[in-house]
Design a protein around this ligand. Structure first.
Ligand code: MG
Length: 294
């Protein structure tokens, strides 16, 4: 940890203390741009269409089921898998995101300047797939503001890895963890049953993101528009900011509330306070960066 030495400060008692915050973890959809763009609504309509036409779910059931599964499992897709529906992850993402009105997202130079002026590491942590994340960041003009993106593919690696798991001795695999454990560490890969998707608000998903990003949760701020994700973020030990809400709901786990991400400097000036001491990039590591980029 020799590289840390550059960034340690001494407090009054002579004890080594680091900067207050070292990393900022951002949800993307409805966090970096407002819900009012209509992307969220368009996305939900596409998911409903997929449920109706690809999964042949009863039309009257679709809207309620779509919302219930989203609330229960973090994404409707994750919920559909738990219910036993079988479909290809990439096909689902192409259907749901491929036809979104991305033109409604405009470059946001104000947010861009804010992000670039923050001295901390900045990482996207989204349940969406890599292609959607890349498109949104490009449209917002923010594609070079982040060290990396932790997305669907990062937390749910391709199933070739799982097929490799199937080829291994089954007893040896079961011996790796508790019988009810969903994920298996094989080298740097996380393997999962085909029916399970790892995503926010599962605390395990947040803990895995923390490990992949190699951050100290106590020195990391997590921004998200979902109260459930924020509650899980808090449970994982992160500092938390609910975005798109001007009030802190007691007990919801948010340390700060921002009606818009644009208000970040007024709400959390501490992010910039360490700027003088942190001109150098914090703990650059190629291995971390390549792991973060899904
Ligand atoms: Mg969101």
């Amino acid at each position: 940890m020799g590289s840390l030495g550059n960034f340690l400060e001494m407090d009054a008692a002579g004890m080594a203390t680091g900067p207050k915050y070292e990393c900022l973890l951002f949800d993307m959809d409805d966090t970096l741009y407002p819900m009012s763009t209509g992307l969220n609504l368009a996305c939900r309509r596409n998911i409903e269409e997929f449920m109706l036409h690809q999964l042949h779910i009863e039309e009257t059931e679709v809207p309620r089921m779509c919302l219930d599964l989203y609330r229960e499992y973090g994404t409707t897709m994750a919920g559909l898998k738990v219910l036993g529906y079988e479909f290809d992850d990439d096909e689902f993402h192409a259907f749901v995101h491929g036809r979104l009105p991305y033109e409604k997202l405009r470059p946001d130079p104000v947010l861009r300047n804010l992000l670039l002026s923050m001295p901390q590491r900045k990482i996207i942590f989204t349940n969406a797939d890599k292609a959607h994340a890349a498109e949104v960041l490009k449209r917002l003009g923010l594609e070079d503001c982040f060290e990396g993106v932790i997305c669907f593919e990062t937390l749910n690696p391709p199933l070739e890895a799982a097929n490799y798991l199937d080829a291994l001795d089954n007893d040896a695999i079961l011996a790796r963890g508790e019988p009810e454990q969903d994920d298996f560490d094989v080298g740097s890969e996380i393997l999962r049953p085909k029916s399970q998707i790892l995503c926010k608000p599962a605390v395990e998903a947040i803990e895995l993101a923390i490990r992949i990003a190699n951050v100290d949760p106590k020195k990391t701020i997590f921004f998200d528009d979902s109260t459930r994700n924020i509650a899980s973020g808090k449970a994982a030990g992160l500092h938390t900011v609910i975005v798109g809400s001007s009030v802190l709901v007691p007990g919801a786990g948010a340390d700060y509330a921002l009606s818009s991400i644009h208000n970040i400097k007024e709400a959390i000036p501490e992010i910039w306070e360490a700027e003088g001491e942190q001109k150098e990039p914090v703990i650059q590591s190629n291995t971390v960066q390549s792991a973060v980029l899904a």
